[in-house]
Design a protein around this ligand. Structure first.
Ligand code: SAH
Length: 241
């Protein structure tokens, strides 16, 4: 019996690692948030699934641990990488309440990588990944991180850029970034990476401020050297050519 915490990438089967595929195939039961379970089910319809709603993360993890302790091999699935705004950390934190059991984290392709590949090569130099969701992090902390990453001229990759309740967070983040980054900084955003309806856009930071994105979008803000090359977002590594 073992609990696997599996990142299955952005959505498409082609983005799943071989390890994720074999763990999912071997697992007795697959547990996850309903939207993620629906994605995995499409590729592995014969498997047994258990779905839980969003915001029930603690219940979902406890259920997965308890099922493992009953003697099953359980795959807890997360999109992208399970350790990047995923459930891997929470599982380890919860182990204090249970007898010892085996855990394996299976790496996945996070949205920064898959989205970056759609945009071109935005992350070829130092970058910071920041989530704009203040559900579990105070907004003041997020603000400080957005500002400091911008001040240090990192490329900034924004996860959770918006939701129904947080429709103006990206706008606020752009305003903070414009205190340190130029208005014409090259930016890009990708929606539905590796899923039906995938689309990307390249724009300036000033234009990004006016864009209404949703929670299925990852946003990239360039550093002072990032370029738009034939409508692809490219951050030079520094080679003299
Ligand atoms: N563990 C995930 C991140 C979960 S946080 C990972 O490593 O990718 C959820 C955020 O990730 C979304 O709001 C969005 O910003 C980003 N994201 C995840 N999957 C995505 C996809 N297929 N297309 C676009 N953005 C995605």
């Amino acid at each position: 019996m073992k609990l696997y915490i599996v990142g299955f990438g952005p959505g498409g089967l082609e983005y799943m690692t071989n390890e994720a595929v074999s763990v999912i195939k071997e697992a007795d039961i697959i547990v996850g948030y309903s939207t993620y379970v629906e994605i995995v089910k499409e590729y592995f319809p014969e498997k047994k699934y258990f779905q839980t709603p969003m915001k029930k993360e603690i219940d979902r993890c406890r259920w997965a641990i308890e099922e493992t302790l009953k003697g099953s091999n359980v795959a807890l699935v997360c999109s992208g990488d399970s350790g990047i705004y995923g459930l891997a950390g929470l599982i380890y934190e919860l182990t204090k309440d249970y007898p010892p059991f085996e855990i394996e984290v299976v790496a996945g392709v996070t949205a920064a990588c898959s989205g970056g590949s759609v945009l071109g090569a935005p992350l070829t130099h130092d970058f910071a990944v920041i989530s704009l969701s203040d559900l579990l992090t105070p907004w003041e902390v997020i603000e400080e991180r957005v500002k400091m990453a911008s001040k240090a001229d990192f490329v900034v990759c924004l996860y959770n850029p918006s939701s129904k309740k947080r429709h103006d967070y990206l706008q606020k983040a752009c305003d903070m970034m414009m205190e340190y980054k130029k208005k014409d900084t090259v930016c890009g955003y990708v929606r539905n990476i590796g899923r039906m309806g995938e689309e990307y856009h390249i724009c300036t930071l000033e234009e990004l401020r006016e864009v209404q994105v949703d929670m299925f979008t990852t946003v990239f803000v360039g550093n002072s050297n990032t370029k738009n090359i034939n409508n692809k977002m490219v951050t030079p590594r520094g080679y003299h050519i």
